[in-house]
Design a protein around this ligand. Structure first.
Ligand SMILES: [Zn+2]
Length: 322
């Protein structure tokens, strides 16, 4: 169905395309049920009747109604699909991210609605099943950085002297693994202890990979675990031939530019979602057109839900920045 729809390639085309409710509906249906068979999200029955004026199905199996939004990140949202599509388009394609204030203004909705909306889109950006990176003959950079508080913009050399192995309150350690010329994996790590960092490496990086890290003690012993490990001591220099972590340094700059310039204040609890967002854009950086990234996120909308209560913890009414 999607092929015959002549999908938009630019934001301007997207706005025109998604202002047509029937086209938007057809597109959403084609992504929700890629095989073309509409199944009830509750009981998986394929026996149903369609009420075209209201765009709802009545399931003959469980005798309940469902819409294209049920069982997706859009479930229970009162916002129209036209607004959702533009929000997804903007977040997947703006290199430094886009704040909930900007989305709210662009779509004419409240900042709170936009904030919740963006987090749902980030959930669709999260890569559920990831394949390991690296392998024999592949080079993988591994590095960590600190986000939050004063450490956020501190020079790396100074940061390492100031911050102890356990990290400092209000600061989050983020670990990244980058296959040169390939994909990145990143995670918020509770401690920079050896078993935490090396467990992440074993989970995400294939054996036999050449691994480059700085001289942090937590990385010692990787050579005994079927990796070819070389270190660069940042106290002395940043590059020694192939041995450097400059690719990851670039990613950290992107991440911090987004956090500093666009999102301003991010609660540590939500940091992994912003990380998912930046990792998604990075891993899809080679897409030639914006619609490829958009389509990739839209094909992950099913089976994912994120309620406002789940996001915030019940009963809170904090004013959320970002
Ligand atoms: Zn049913």
């Amino acid at each position: 169905m999607t092929k015959s729809l002549a999908l938009p390639k630019t934001l301007q085309q997207a706005i025109t395309f998604f202002s047509d409710p029937q086209k938007t509906f057809n597109y959403a249906v084609s992504l929700r049920w890629p095989t073309g068979t509409v199944t009830c999200p509750r009981c998986e029955s394929t026996e149903h009747s369609f009420i075209s004026t209201r765009k709802i199905w009545f399931c003959k199996g469980c005798k309940k109604q469902f819409t294209v939004k049920v069982g997706t990140i859009f479930e229970d949202s009162p916002l129209g699909m036209d607004k959702w599509m533009i929000a997804v388009w903007m977040l997947t394609n703006c290199k430094n991210g886009i704040s909930s204030y900007e989305i709210a203004r662009a779509l004419g909705i409240t900042q709170k609605s936009a904030w919740h909306m963006m987090h749902r889109v980030r959930l669709a950006m999260h890569a559920k099943e990831t394949v390991q990176i690296g392998g024999r003959g592949q080079e993988v950079e591994v590095d960590e950085t600190f986000i939050g508080g004063a450490a956020r913009f501190m020079h790396k050399g100074r940061r390492k002297r100031v911050i102890t192995e356990r990290g400092v309150k209000d600061k989050l350690a983020v670990m990244g693994m980058l296959e040169r010329g390939g994909e990145i994996r990143a995670a918020v790590v509770p401690f920079r202890r050896k078993h935490h960092l090396q467990a992440e490496i074993r989970a995400h990086v294939k054996a036999k990979s050449a691994i480059y890290t700085d001289a942090l003690l937590s990385y010692q012993g990787l050579n005994n675990q079927d990796f070819v490990h070389q270190t660069i001591d940042h106290a002395e220099s940043y590059v020694e031939g192939q041995v450097h972590t400059n690719g990851l340094e670039n990613f950290w700059s992107l991440l911090k530019r987004g956090l500093k310039g666009t999102y301003i204040a991010v609660e540590p609890f939500h940091m992994f979602r912003y990380l998912d967002e930046q990792v998604f854009r990075y891993n899809n950086r080679k897409a030639t057109h914006d619609d490829e990234r958009f389509h990739r996120v839209m094909s992950h909308i099913a089976g994912r839900r994120l309620t406002y209560e789940q996001l915030t913890g019940k009963g809170t009414d904090t004013v959320h920045q970002a």
